[in-house]
Design a protein around this ligand. Structure first.
Ligand code: 5GP
Ligand code: ZN
Length: 114
């Protein structure tokens, strides 16, 4: 039994607004969107953070990145521009410790981020 929120979204135990799915990745809308498009892309297997996902030697991070771009295309924000963010660790504001890419767009993004 996992207590991980995003693992429960993968199993369907907790519902989410799914946007896209592949064998090893899942994309769903953030429950508290910070932009007109705010989608989270996750590996279905549990990796606690970006560091551990980056260390996966089987191309999984590339798949997550590819799905993030596919989401941007499907949402119609690929041409105008979008942001992909991995908050990694407490100082970066990570709150859910199952690695996830935020795909944000549909408005002008400010820089630097907070
Ligand atoms: P982090 O702060 O770890 O970078 O991002 C976690 C994200 O997960 C936040 O943007 C938050 O709104 C989102 N989130 C938290 N709980 C849920 C949930 O139950 N469902 C969905 N779809 N998103 C969630
Ligand atoms: Zn998990």
């Amino acid at each position: 039994m996992t207590e991980c929120l995003f693992c429960k979204i993968v199993t369907g135990e907790i519902p989410a607004a799914q946007v896209m799915e592949s064998d090893r990745t899942l994309a769903f809308r953030d429950i508290n969107p910070q932009a007109p498009t705010h989608v989270l892309v996750i590996p279905k297997d549990h990796y606690p953070d970006f560091a551990s996902l980056a260390g996966a030697a089987d191309g999984l991070l590339t798949e997550v990145a590819g799905q993030a771009h596919a989401v941007a295309q499907a949402e119609g924000i690929a041409a105008s521009g979008y942001r992909v963010v991995f908050n990694t660790g407490p100082a970066a504001g990570q709150t859910v410790f199952h690695a996830h890419a935020h795909v944000l767009g549909g408005r002008a993004m400010t820089w630097p981020p907070g």
